[in-house]
Design a protein around this ligand. Structure first.
Ligand SMILES: *Cc1c(COP(=O)(O)O)cnc(C)c1O
Length: 238
């Protein structure tokens, strides 16, 4: 799966080698974290965060077998996705303005970053087919960060259950940055506990937890992540 395709021209081959090595490292870390947590590897999906990277980098990733890609801006995705290989799945992981909901539902198969009821309503109105979404929660109550307050999420799930197209599959968070991943653990475990409570309160299955990035994926997996969003450690620093 991680072997470079030897039919590619040599410049692509070099890039594939690099990408394949990075992917191999990330994959080994995911496997080790799953083993440590006693979880099956297929319970964690790797979302390759390709923001700011050109279509050639995404092609190299696709050549290595990756299919799930994350972008954080509608405008960038709009110009990029058509230049990338077909058959890939695109996920939005960045803040979305309600007036761009229509564009977003055409570009993305899943939205990880629904941070308001207003946005959820706009997505529901814009979607023509079932749209899986995750609700972004501001777990640490940071002033300058997008995401719902933990005590607001239940009412958004109840509202979503009355909508036509959007389906809430779980929660997502971007915790406060700390160079020490152990300091982030509490935020991941709080998101999991909130999920458990919301499942009971609302009777809605919420199997997905989108949490963990390049520097803290191990801790996130130990705390129950089902989607790790990895940019830097796959594509290099931005
Ligand atoms: C950029 C980004 C990532 C990837 O972060 P890395 O540290 O580069 O792995 C993950 N999630 C979100 C929401 C992002 O914007």
């Amino acid at each position: 799966m991680f072997k470079p395709n030897d039919k590619q021209p040599s410049s692509t081959l070099i890039m594939n080698d690099t990408f394949a090595e990075r992917l191999g490292n990330v994959e080994r870390r995911i496997v080790a974290a799953c083993e440590k947590a006693g979880r099956p590897r297929d319970g964690v999906r790797l979302l390759a965060v390709s923001k700011t990277n050109p279509p050639e980098a995404i092609r190299a990733a696709a050549d290595c077998g990756l299919r799930l890609f994350g972008e954080n801006r509608v405008q960038e995705a709009q110009s990029k996705i058509s230049m990338c290989p077909g058959g890939l799945e695109w996920h939005l992981i960045g803040h979305l303005q309600s007036n761009k909901a229509k564009a977003a539902v055409h570009l993305f198969q899943m939205i990880h970053s629904v941070d308001s009821l207003k946005l959820l309503q706009a997505l529901d109105a814009a979607a023509n087919v079932a749209l899986p979404v995750l609700l972004q929660v501001n777990v640490a109550g940071e002033a300058a960060k997008f995401g719902m307050r933990p005590d607001k999420v239940a009412e958004v799930i109840d509202a979503a259950n009355q909508m036509r197209k959007v389906e809430v599959h779980g929660l997502m968070t971007i915790p406060p940055f700390s160079p020490d991943p152990e300091k982030t653990r509490i935020h991941f475990s709080n998101l999991r506990k909130l999920r458990d409570r919301l499942q009971n309160e609302t009777g809605t299955p919420l199997p997905e937890l989108s949490m963990g990035m390049s520097h803290d994926l191990e801790v996130a997996i130990e705390e129950g992540s089902t989607w790790v969003r990895i940019g830097t450690d796959l594509f290099g620093s931005r």
